[in-house]
Design a protein around this ligand. Structure first.
Ligand code: PRX
Length: 641
């Protein structure tokens, strides 16, 4: 008997589930026949303007599309004041648990008070509308407070994931020319306190712009260095802060935040997002995809330092008046059931995580989730990389008990929110992000702009959550996303469109890796490697990995006079970890005498990937030195570590 492939299975949502859903099937037609009217309706239903906008979409200066122009708006007002002045005032807004068991529940009223105080404290420190404020923090409630406080006074936050190194932080501070940094003494990792402030201090040695550092006492560990005149404790400035800080009336298309992401060059891009368009988009997608209801407890496990954390841990859940849960810590401390234990204890109803985490839980086995009552879960979600059908099935059966739909959401830092995703009315297939969200025109096209079943993943019309530009680099914005097709957004992914019209994301078309759902440029890792005195040249590729999706593998040519050794491998790996962050550390490094290059000098990473993944080597006819490949292939698997 022929066996059905997992990816061919179709899971239809139950009639009861469809009937109770926020989304209705008709909405797809409604949105796609007049997307301008659809987004206007979304804004009218989900957000509040101070002054009404004049135009839904200003497309007079492409590709600098602007949404809801002429209106004034404040994101903090939308996330807090609206609920403070309603019967949601005493509802839990933010629930938090730390690795060492500290629990915080902040109601909308309490969060409002904290944000007002911190916003006035920031003003006292000189922060003004349009200023950039950097953050380098653990997943603590103060991070949410700081974001909303910036939004309140119109300052632009730029958050750097706490797992990034001091150098990465310094680069991002310098690019944003931020004068303020908000950080913490430390964070917990497997029960031990990590000194985050020391990393921040090291970064500050490489920046000249920061004048004030605000430090949250989180772990309370000893030995925190506070620089006189520069560093202040969060609790000290909060103690004397005014209790009310008015919301700045911002232009609807003013920038809300910058978030840096890797590109195909060594320099990360500061993705700039807007206020009203961004909030409308994230609210609409969250409401309809995860079907949030008044009584839901939404847990998006992403770190706030990534776009998923910005959009779906903080901004959209709060603007919708929901309860959002956040956890700061490792997923297996004190044991491998930590996540399921919390899901049970906090009554989580909607759970959104990444394939890399799902594959890790799968490896640990179902006994860990099975210890807990997960019957409160209604909906599951995944994001960050393609999910393999086996992991999808495990998630569906073991966590969702075949009751919960899995929302596989494809999107990017640049898109602000979900683009291609199921909703409660869409039948699922394991491993695909299914169809575009209503009013979003994602498609798969070929070089001639024609629809195809395998090609470039693109977006054909603007959408409210789209990036505004790359901070300080309009040319790079134009070249990266609009350079190929002009009026069509190039996402940088390749995809397949199947006979049901479902979109299957295959991977990146540029030199970008996806390690555990995190984007890393091969060029960033390569330039870290060539900083080491022994290294003449380096090429980095992503090799398929069971848990991480992709793992960095480096091919390195040493300078004359140096020879490869296990110690050197160790040193190079460490250096990448220090330079960029632990996620960028190569899994293995191979020393080689040559790299496959075209006659124009471009490294053919595709061929290196073939070798690393054990495939027959592809076409080598364009290589300057075809023999180089045999050399590397012969070595691979013997010498690498
Ligand atoms: O390659 C796609 C992959 O992650 C990239 C975006 O990365 P980043 O900007 O860091 O944002 C991650 C969180 C939104 C995409 O270009 N990706 C993201 N979600 C999916 C995905 N690939 C396949 N399926 C997904 N659901």
């Amino acid at each position: 008997m022929e066996q059905t492939r997992l990816e061919d299975l179709v899971f239809k949502p139950s009639e009861e589930f469809v009937a109770q859903a926020n989304i209705k099937k008709e909405m797809y037609d409604e949105a796609n026949s007049d997307y301008i009217a659809w987004w206007a309706k979304q804004a009218a239903e989900l957000v509040t303007f101070f002054k009404p906008y004049k135009q839904v979409l200003d497309d007079s200066n492409p590709p600098f599309y602007r949404w809801f122009t002429g209106g004034t708006f404040n994101v903090s007002y939308n996330c807090l004041d609206r609920h403070y002045n309603s019967d949601k005032r005493n509802k839990a807004a933010l629930c938090y648990e730390s690795e060492v068991g500290k629990k915080v529940i902040m109601t909308y009223r309490e969060l409002y008070v904290e944000v007002n105080k911190f916003a006035s404290a920031l003003k006292k420190l000189g922060v003004k509308k349009g200023d950039r404020v950097n953050m380098y923090m653990p997943m603590i409630p103060e991070q949410a407070v700081a974001m909303l406080a910036c939004a309140r006074i119109g300052a632009i936050h730029s958050i750097v994931f706490g797992g990034f190194s001091a150098d990465s932080l310094a680069d991002r501070i310098n690019d944003a020319t931020a004068k303020w940094l908000i950080t913490a003494d430390g964070n917990w990792r497997k029960g031990a306190a990590f000194n985050l402030k020391a990393n921040a201090d090291a970064a500050l040695e490489k920046t000249t712009t920061v004048e004030k550092v605000i430090v949250v006492k989180n772990t309370g560990q000893d030995g925190i260095n506070m620089v006189e005149g520069r560093d202040v404790w969060y609790h000290d400035i909060m103690a004397g802060a005014d209790k009310y800080c008015p919301c700045e009336e911002m232009e609807a298309d003013a920038p809300l935040f910058l978030l840096y992401t890797s590109g195909s060059t060594g320099k990360p891009k500061g993705i700039q997002h807007s206020t009203a368009g961004y909030l409308t988009y994230t609210c609409s997608t969250l409401k309809y995809v995860f079907d949030l209801k008044e009584t839901d407890v939404f847990w998006c496990t992403a770190d706030i330092g990534w776009i998923t954390g910005h959009s779906y841990v903080i901004y959209a859940p709060l603007a919708l008046g929901m309860t959002t849960f956040m956890y700061d810590g490792t997923i297996d401390y004190p044991d491998k059931d930590r996540m399921w234990d919390m899901a049970e204890r906090w009554g989580v109803t909607v759970f959104y995580t990444a394939p890399t985490a799902i594959r890790t839980y799968m490896k640990w086995g179902s006994s860990y989730p099975d210890k807990h009552d997960l019957s409160q879960l209604r909906i599951l979600g995944t994001v960050g990389e393609p999910i393999n059908p086996e992991a999808w099935m495990w998630y569906y059966k073991t966590i969702g008990k075949e009751r919960c739909q899995i929302m596989d959401t494809w999107w990017q830092t640049e898109t602000g929110g979900f683009m291609c995703t199921p909703t409660p009315v869409v039948p699922l297939k394991p491993g695909t992000a299914t169809i575009p969200f209503p009013g979003v025109f994602v498609d798969v096209i070929d070089d001639n702009r024609q629809p195809t079943n395998r090609g470039y993943l693109v977006v054909k019309k603007p959408w409210p959550g789209m990036l505004m530009t790359i901070y300080g680099d309009n040319d790079r914005y134009k070249a990266t996303y609009w350079g190929k097709f002009g009026d069509i957004y190039l996402a940088g992914d390749s995809a397949i469109k199947d006979e049901m019209g479902y979109i299957w994301v295959i991977g990146r078309i540029d030199d970008v890796l996806n390690v555990s759902g995190h984007r890393l440029g091969t060029a960033e890792i390569e330039s870290a490697l060539v900083e080491c005195q022994e290294v003449a040249e380096a090429a980095v590729i992503g090799k398929k990995h069971d848990v991480k999706g992709e793992a960095p593998v480096a091919f390195v040519i040493l300078k004359d006079g140096y020879s490869g050794s296990p110690e050197l491998i160790d040193k190079l790996k460490k250096h990448v970890g220090v330079k960029i962050g632990p996620i960028a550390r190569p899994d293995s490094i191979l020393f080689t005498g040559a790299l496959p290059k075209t006659r124009s000098g471009k490294i053919m990473r595709r061929l290196l990937k073939d070798i690393a993944e054990g495939r027959a080597i592809g076409d080598v006819t364009t290589l300057a030195d075809p023999g180089a490949m045999q050399d590397i292939a012969g070595k691979y698997g013997k010498d690498e570590d």
